[in-house]
Design a protein. Structure first.
Length: 528
């Protein structure tokens, strides 16, 4: 592609790596520009509405179910029928869009693979474009990787592909339309859909998506309108696209019926995105002097507000004939330590056993080595059934107060504070170096878990309840004193990353007076 072939009004501000011309074609860029011109004004209006809602929460407003959408919640409706490829989703594996991960995930034995352009992927230009190339080849089964004397290629039987584009809050700074940055989500979705929709339809499995970070049904409606325009533009039947929404913000938990309704012709259900959900609770109630969560390790799926959210999501989905997919356990296999590995595997089993017994239709894992463990727990409950959507859980009754029952508040420990600082520095340093999914202390960390680490440190400093179990108040000075100690530990671990810069960024985020909405916003400006 030459400069003269780029459609009018479009500017690329990054070089094209080998193979990018297959993805960044004039026609594909024009398609992305069409989406941008149709929806950018609404995206900005919705982001402004987020800011206004945050200001009201900071001033003491408490969220509740919307009175103006009561008819939707009480109405008798269901989502459109699911295609066969989305009937069975007992185990879904997720991970970034690098070549090896894609091949291993497709071959993992999972029912589905969510290819992630978002939280487990550093969105530098090379990662975004190479990820599109990798998926283009994987769908056509031409993807191959030669590495360390081994050949990686796809098996005959592979997982069903779903793709997660970036959230509405993120831009793609390397593509300008009429002088404006395009939405990162529309960039990821548009390129993938333009090149692969017809190929996926011909193969009987797609195009399917996951939608992250939604805070309202109006944001879901925007995605629905994107889908309608995209299908019309390419001459694809309406309703072909199916999308699962990650309920990973506490505000979205109050609008789950409405989100399903907004996407009902394109809906593939909801997912309990637990780590971002915890971060969202901290972020939305950061100025509430009565709010203060205990150490991250204490905030399990069994604490009151998380249990209420998980059960309400399950009931809401099944009432609307929609799949309910459980979230991610951060545990991963632990090599060279059989005892620790056995404990990790027991943790995975308990997590998936709870989801399956509650009535969830599937759950997430982050590593191919966990697929069989998770699958055993779902098969033990479901047998040969593809799902348990018929389990409607009429016994579940969740109120707004239940969703806002933020316990436990204790303990807050020095070990917990140090872990937050250590994980934050380690993850930010790896992210800046291009790795968005990082094993740290035998857990798989991504942007969502890193958000908990930095937001908890900030909130403990700000809250009068941010007191360690030994009686010391968490202060900015205490955080600053611990940072160099934990930085030294990260460096001594042999990990690779831009850790000095990460420590500086973490300090600003954890001790400044203003709270940064997403850590990826300032970090993205550091990327090439």
């Amino acid at each position: 592609m030459t400069t003269s072939s780029i459609p009018q009004g479009i500017t690329l501000t990054a070089p094209l790596q080998p193979g990018a011309d297959r993805i960044l074609t004039p026609e594909a860029l024009a398609f992305v520009a069409t989406l941008h011109r149709a929806f950018e004004t609404r995206r900005q209006e919705l982001l402004a509405a987020r800011g206004a809602r945050t200001a009201r929460l900071d001033a003491g407003e408490r969220p509740d179910f919307l009175p103006e959408t009561r008819a939707v919640r009480e109405g008798d409706w269901t989502i459109a029928p699911l295609p066969p490829a989305l009937q069975r989703r007992r185990v879904e594996i997720t991970g970034p869009v690098d070549r090896k991960m894609i091949i291993n995930a497709f071959n993992s034995g999972a029912d589905s693979y969510m290819a992630d352009f978002e939280d487990s992927n550093t969105p530098n230009w090379d990662n975004q474009i190479q990820g599109q190339i990798n998926l283009f080849e994987a769908i056509r089964r031409t993807i191959v990787l030669e590495q360390n004397g081994k050949t990686y290629k796809l098996n005959d039987q592979v997982a069903t592909l779903q793709v997660r584009p970036r959230g509405w809050h993120l831009d793609e700074k390397h593509l300008l339309v009429d002088g404006q940055r395009v939405s990162g989500g529309l960039f990821d979705f548009g390129l993938f859909f333009f090149h692969n929709a017809r190929e996926l339809i011909a193969r009987g499995a797609g195009p399917f998506f996951y939608l992250p970070k939604l805070e309202s049904h109006l944001e879901a409606r925007l995605w629905n309108d994107v889908f309608v325009l995209a299908q019309n533009t390419l001459g694809i039947p309406q309703g072909t696209i199916k999308a699962t929404v990650l309920v990973e913000t506490i505000l979205a938990a109050f609008e789950m019926d409405e989100i399903l309704y907004a996407l009902r012709e394109h809906s593939a259900g909801l997912n309990a995105g637990r780590w971002d959900y915890i971060f969202s609770a901290i972020k939305k109630f950061k100025r509430d002097r009565d709010f203060c969560l205990a150490d991250r390790a204490q905030i399990t799926m069994n604490v009151p507000f998380m249990r209420a959210y998980a059960l309400l999501l399950l009931k809401t989905c099944h009432q609307r004939h929609a799949p309910a997919i459980g979230g991610m356990s951060a545990l991963i296999p632990i090599k060279n330590d059989p005892e620790k590995n056995a404990r990790a595997m027991d943790g995975i089993r308990l997590d998936k056993r709870r989801d399956a017994t509650d009535g969830y239709d599937g759950g997430w894992v982050a590593h191919p080595g966990l697929v069989s463990v998770a699958m055993e727990e779902f098969v033990a409950v479901l047998g040969e059934a593809p799902n348990q959507i018929g389990k409607t859980r009429e016994d579940v009754q969740v109120t707004a107060a239940d969703l806002l029952d933020f316990r436990p508040e204790a303990p807050i420990t020095e070990a917990g504070l140090r872990n937050n600082i250590n994980v934050g520095i380690h993850y930010l340093g790896a992210w800046l170096s291009g790795s968005g999914a990082v094993p740290i202390h035998n857990l798989m960390e991504d942007a969502a878990t890193a958000e908990i680490s930095r937001s908890q440190a900030w909130q403990w400093v700000q809250s009068p309840k941010g007191v360690l179990d030994d009686g010391r108040k968490v202060t900015a000075d205490l955080v600053r004193a611990i940072i160099p100690e934990e930085l030294a530990k990260v460096k001594a671990s042999g990990a690779e990353g831009q850790f000095d810069k990460a420590a500086q960024i973490f300090e600003r985020m954890a001790t400044g007076q203003e709270f940064m909405e997403f850590l990826t916003l300032p970090l993205y400006e550091e990327l090439s």
